[in-house]
Design a protein around this ligand. Structure first.
Ligand code: KIV
Length: 288
């Protein structure tokens, strides 16, 4: 079994030019598959709001929901580097809130680091959490928690003026003490510049190839989530289709009576004649 990574290993991977592969996972079952497959990291993302809870976005996700899912993922993947995702509202009001909630992720959720969305506007929160000794992953570009303010889930940094804003966010996150940065939904040209200037690992989701690693939602990569697949997501298999077919087969077998078959039944090990006699007498006493 591979040793659990540390933030120093992630930094070393960048320096060695080794790509990190991570996925967004919310439950113990998939987490154990990820660990078995050799995943470098798992993010327990607030996209659980859509994928697990069926909301339209990530905003309704709470600290308690996030922590419960981190605990499940940690049980499923005890040796994988785990990142908790600070939900909307968990770090916006004050640095004190930000530190308290980050501490909850570490102490209750069993994670190794936290991630939060935003650049210049949340630099003080990143600094406060980092000063508490907690590893912070920054997340800028298309930040789903601010999708209402952005006018939807929109790619950021597509021209010089907006790319400059993304680059300034990246620098602010780095200077505030974040140990890695995730770029979401930005053109490769913009991501490439940020990757070149920052000494910390820069990861991408919809940010092209010139990064220190990639993250995808397992729900997209494995074909579980049917409502929408973003342009950047590649489907490596189609669990959704396999699951629907499996359910169709199950329904058909239950209805025709071929399930359960003998191999799915428990055996009676007592004396059958004695049991039949008992039932016959017992039934006479019933008043149903
Ligand atoms: O919550 C999430 O799934 C994320 C990814 C988009 C990285 O933050």
């Amino acid at each position: 079994m591979a040793k659990k990574k540390t933030i120093l290993d992630l930094q070393q991977m960048k320096e060695n030019g080794e790509q990190a592969a991570w996925m967004v996972i919310y439950d113990a079952c998939l987490a154990s598959s990820a660990e078995e497959a050799g995943m470098d990291m798992i993010l327990v993302g607030d996209s659980m709001g859509m994928i697990i809870y069926g909301y339209e976005g990530t905003v309704p996700v709470t600290m308690d929901m996030s922590i419960a899912h981190c605990q499940g993922v940690r049980r499923g993947a005890p040796n994988t580097y785990l990142i908790g995702d600070m939900p909307f509202g968990a770090y916006h009001a004050s640095c004190e809130d930000a530190v308290n909630n980050a501490v909850r992720f570490i102490k209750e959720g069993g994670v190794d680091a936290i991630k939060l969305e935003g650049g210049v506007a949340v630099a003080d929160k990143i600094r406060a959490i980092s000063n508490a000794g907690i590893v912070v992953f920054g997340h800028i570009g298309l930040t789903p928690q601010s999708s209402a303010a952005m006018g939807g889930f929109k790619v950021q940094g597509k021209n010089t003026a907006t790319a400059k804003a993304v680059i300034e966010d990246a620098i602010a996150v780095y200077k505030a003490g974040a140990r890695t940065l995730l770029l979401e939904g930005v053109p490769e040209e913009t991501a490439s510049f940020i990757h070149r200037i920052l000494p910390i690992p820069v990861y991408g989701i919809g940010a092209g190839s010139d990064c220190d690693g990639q993250v995808l939602l397992a729900a997209d990569a494995l074909g579980v989530y049917k409502n929408f697949t973003p342009k950047f997501a590649k489907k490596y298999c189609n669990i959704g289709e396999i699951a629907t077919q499996g359910m169709r087969d199950y329904i058909a077998e239950v209805k025709e009576g071929s399930f359960p078959a003998p191999e799915h039944k428990y055996k009676f090990t007592g004396d059958r004649d004695e049991f039949a006699a008992f039932l016959a007498e017992y039934e006479k006493t019933l008043d149903l």
